[in-house]
Design a protein around this ligand. Sequence first.
Ligand SMILES: O=C([S-])c1cc(C(=O)S)c[n+]([C@@H]2O[C@H](COP(=O)(O)O)[C@@H](O)[C@H]2O)c1
Ligand code: NI
Length: 400
Amino acid sequence: MRTLYLDCFSGISGNMFLGALLDLGFPESHLRQELAKLPVNGYELIIKKVEKQGIAATYLDVKTGFFGQRRHRHLPDITAIIDGSDLPAAVKEDAKKVFLRLAEAEAKVHGTTVDKVHFHEVGAVDTIIDIVGTVLGLHWLGIGRVYTSKLRTGSGFVKCSHGRMPVPAPATAELLRGIAWEHGEIAKELVTPTGAALVAVFSAGSGGVPDGFISDTIGYGAGSWDLEIPNVVRAVLGEAAEAQAQAEYLVIEANIDDLNPQIFPHVMDRLFAVGARDVWLTPIIMKKGRSATRLSVLADSAAFPAAAAAILAETTTIGMRYYPVNRLEAERRTATVETPWGEVRVKVSAVKGQTVNAAPEYEDCRKLAAEHGLPLKIVWQKALSLAWPLYGRTDGGEEQ
Ligand SMILES: O=C([S-])c1cc(C(=O)S)c[n+]([C@@H]2O[C@H](COP(=O)(O)O)[C@@H](O)[C@H]2O)c1
Ligand code: NI
């Protein structure tokens, strides 16, 4: 599993995290293209290579005008901004998780509720960009797990909209519950609430390099300070052998030669009802030349007990095999095309933002074909041809 180790010897903030992901190879063009989908404006994204105590690092800054900085947003405002974009669903969900964690920390510190929390500095456009951008980078780089070193927070006091606050700021301290941290020798705010919220949501462990981690790529994200130590976060990308063994999914199988075949559709329905991701049947020849059926089920590990119980209850098998599997999934979204007979939904799959497949919904095509007395293939082919622009290709194929 692709694993990121963050070496936070000089703290971490939202822009340091995102800068490090850009330094690791997350393309600036993709970041800009995706961020343009957010209904926010009035900001300028500055991305440049800088040097911090001899270390070349990527520095990202979000310059905002007066309105971008001063807006006091609540959590529902931020959620609406994220939901109002055309970003991939998984990116939206992760970004909202980070804002929810920030809101929970603020609510706890100020003795209020999540919905009543006023985001001041942390609700500004730059925070939205840092958080959504970091989530986009983690997704683009295919990072499944994040670990961190002990976080150096810095010490002293910081001036913010509340007045002077101790470092780590109260919201940061709240977000770092359960995460290893120390002040270190620098009297500055090195870990910000945004950096802490990102770590809180994505970190699978803190305090050191995970066992069996083998690194392959290293990037540096620069902070704003010029200190006696390099103000950078070191992002180390690699594979964690230990994490590879923890599969999220199981395949359960049983070879069955003595069940009335009429019952198999019912077995499949039951398995879907108890949470199976997929169920399929394969004709097989068993020992003694017997025709039989292999029942295969893909299920989350958590759904295993219910799926196994359903197989034992509904079929004639008295045992089953199961083994862990990993899955690689393209990002998915649903688009709509307008055919001469009505709307057809199109399932669009993408890898790293590039569409790899656009498939008209079979049931939508079938309904329109029936309503208009047309062959199904005519409706389906028309929908497919209208879906062509969803591939976003510029290599001549657009003439088709
Ligand atoms: O905006 C609010 S309410 C706020 C709360 C707190 C608390 O700890 S409570 C701290 N701060 C300070 O704002 C800046 C911005 O942090 P980013 O995460 O947006 O970089 C930082 O100095 C915080 O300590 C703001
Ligand atoms: Ni606060």
